[in-house]
Design a protein around this ligand. Structure first.
Ligand code: GTP
Ligand code: MG
Length: 242
């Protein structure tokens, strides 16, 4: 129930201005509401480039990207971006309290909603350990926080907006395996019918996704579940063994 949004790539090719080689080449897939679509591939494979096309940070060269069947080029930028909770690979915090940082983009969120988002993001324990809780001041760029703590605050920032589409670009990389697993299971519980698109480099993070997209040098090397890809996808097997 509730608002939801399906994301479909149809033969999408994208090239950075002046680049000889396409960063994303002829990619097609469907990311469904209520499901997790994971994107895996080695560094430089085009994962970040691909997900940044969804909020339209760049325009594609050919093909189309549809949200609920509508070409994103035909949508108002504001309408499109309102649907998306995007956690960038290098999420940045600003000088201000934890609550202010989480509320960024959702100014009307109550303290309870901030706490709920922190809970789902597995951040509530370390926040509560601080004397001032959600009113703890974050130094410039979060220098008084660990990498994993910053990632979880950035995830909470997306959660508090309750978007229809979540994009997590390598947002779990600084977390230990246990926290990573707990966070992903809490996300599944709490995000209902939202569409989750999750970029990762390690297999553990993508293993239980509904569908895994394997990228290699900008191209689609395979789509399937962990078991399916393990059986017959050499690129995926290489990632598993690395
Ligand atoms: P990791 O984040 O390292 O795991 O890599 P990724 O899979 O996210 O790859 P990404 O999408 O960042 O890069 C894909 C290709 O596009 C690489 O060849 C990059 O060098 C290139 N690229 C990335 N960003 C830019 C950019 O802003 N301009 C140009 N010209 N090329 C870029
Ligand atoms: Mg990247």
């Amino acid at each position: 129930t509730g608002a939801h949004a399906e994301v479909e790539f149809k033969n999408v090719t994208f090239r950075y201005a002046g680049a000889e080689k396409a960063a994303v080449e002829d990619i097609s897939f469907l990311a469904k509401p209520g499901e997790t679509t994971a994107i895996i591939g080695s560094t430089g494979a085009g994962k970040t480039s691909l997900v940044q096309l969804i909020p339209r940070f760049y325009d594609i060269e050919s093909g189309s990207i549809l949200v609920n069947g509508i070409d994103i080029r035909e949508m108002k930028q504001h309408t499109l971006r309102e649907k998306i909770g995007y956690v960038p690979q290098k999420a940045s915090l600003f000088s201000g309290t934890i609550a202010e940082n989480v509320r960024f983009g959702a100014k009307d969120a109550t303290d309870q909603e901030v706490m709920d988002a922190l809970q789902t993001a597995q951040a509530i324990d370390f926040v509560n350990e601080k004397e001032d809780g959600i009113n703890t001041y974050i130094e410039q760029a979060g220098s008084n926080l660990s990498g994993g703590q910053k990632q979880r605050l950035a995830i909470a920032r997306a959660l508090v907006r309750k978007p229809e589409i979540y994009i997590f670009d390598d947002s779990f990389s600084a977390l230990d395996y246990k926290t990573d697993a707990k966070l992903r299971s809490a996300l599944k519980e709490e995000t209902g019918n939202s569409t989750i698109i999750l970029v990762a480099q390690r297999v553990n993070t993508v293993m239980d996704a509904d569908r895994i997209i394997v990228l290699n040098e900008g191209k689609l090397a395979g789509i399937g579940t962990h078991e399916e890809l393990l059986k017959d996808n050499t690129i995926y097997q290489e990632i598993v063994e690395s």
